[in-house]
Design a protein around this ligand. Structure first.
Ligand code: UTP
Length: 293
């Protein structure tokens, strides 16, 4: 039996309105950070954490995500005939052998909690991971979800990624309260979705990585619309606290909120500075770009 986290859910059925008009036709998750779409970075992170079943919660405008992970026969055939072996390898590397993709449809964008609930019948009784691809996290050593798998193997229960957020921005996040049990670990005593700064219990915001027990599906099924009229994952996690340990984990690595333009551009520059094809030239051109603006 394979140990670790086998199933990871990618809720990608949101509307992506903050990137219009780019996202009118192209799913936000296919916008590239350098040469890899956001969803590809997320899938690579899930696979690095041990996942072999990737569950995408999509809607009718997100079908191109399935195309991205499908075999592109025509392209591959052309690359074979032209003997472009390296490019062929790149085209084929979107999904490692033995990794399965499953697509489920969220018919109405009723919220993140509802999107996760849509994956219930595929996940079954196992613990599972959730990655929000627009929360892009980069760590040179161990990707964030793999770090969380190691933590969860020790402490059990539910583990959510957290990081300090600007006090005035608490109303964009689920905010936790709790007690530090280790340098990077907080035992969560309460969690609240999108509190006003004056009502936030701390400055630790939940970002898009979760390891959840299957029990959360039962709690989600009972969850009524919360903040913003949406079915919130945070509310189901709040109910879980009474039943089993819930920990906030302060991950190693840099997070970029690629759901907004600034975070997306910052991630692009940061990754271009990591990419051997672009790093040296970009370092040279950046000062000129800055002084020209
Ligand atoms: P966001 O709040 O970033 O919303 O959703 P969005 O629709 O993607 O983008 P904007 O705000 O309109 O620009 C957080 C995550 O939850 C998913 C989104 O796809 C994203 O990964 N989500 C949200 C769903 O899958 N279904 C929903 O009903 C809501």
């Amino acid at each position: 039996m394979k140990l670790g986290l086998r199933k990871v859910v990618f809720p990608v059925a949101g509307l992506g309105t903050r990137f219009l008009p780019a996202t009118k036709v192209v799913p936000k998750e296919l916008l590239p950070i350098v040469d890899r779409p956001l969803i590809q970075w997320a899938v690579d992170e899930a696979v690095a954490a041990g996942a072999d079943t990737l569950i995408f919660v999509i809607n009718r405008n997100k079908r191109a995500i399935a195309d991205h992970f499908d075999v592109a026969y025509e392209l591959e055939d052309t690359l074979v005939r032209r003997e472009k072996h390296e490019l062929l390898q790149v085209a084929r590397s979107v999904l490692p052998a033995g990794v399965e993709t499953v697509y489920v449809v969220q018919q109405q964008a009723l919220g993140l909690g509802h999107a996760v609930l849509c994956a219930r019948s595929v996940v079954g009784d196992d613990d599972f991971g959730v990655i929000l691809p627009d929360d892009f996290i980069f760590d040179r050593n161990t990707p964030a979800l793999a770090q969380m798998v190691q933590v969860q193997a020790r402490v059990g229960g539910c583990v959510v990624a957290v990081e300090p957020v600007e006090p005035q921005l608490t109303s964009r996040y689920g905010i936790i309260d709790g007690k530090a049990t280790e340098e990077q670990l907080i035992r969560v005593s309460s969690i609240v979705e999108k509190p006003k700064p004056e009502e936030a219990p701390s400055n630790l915001g939940v970002v898009g990585r979760y390891i959840l027990p299957a029990r959360v599906f039962e709690l989600l099924a009972e969850t009524t619309p919360g903040a913003g009229g949406e079915i919130q994952l945070t509310d189901a996690i709040a109910a879980l606290i009474a039943e089993q340990p819930v920990h906030g984990y302060r991950f190693n690595g840099r997070r970029f909120d690629c759901g907004n333009k600034l975070g997306f551009v910052e991630a692009t520059v940061a990754m271009a500075l990591e990419d051997p094809d672009t790093a040296a030239s970009l370092r040279q051109s950046l000062p000129g770009l800055l002084s020209a603006s």
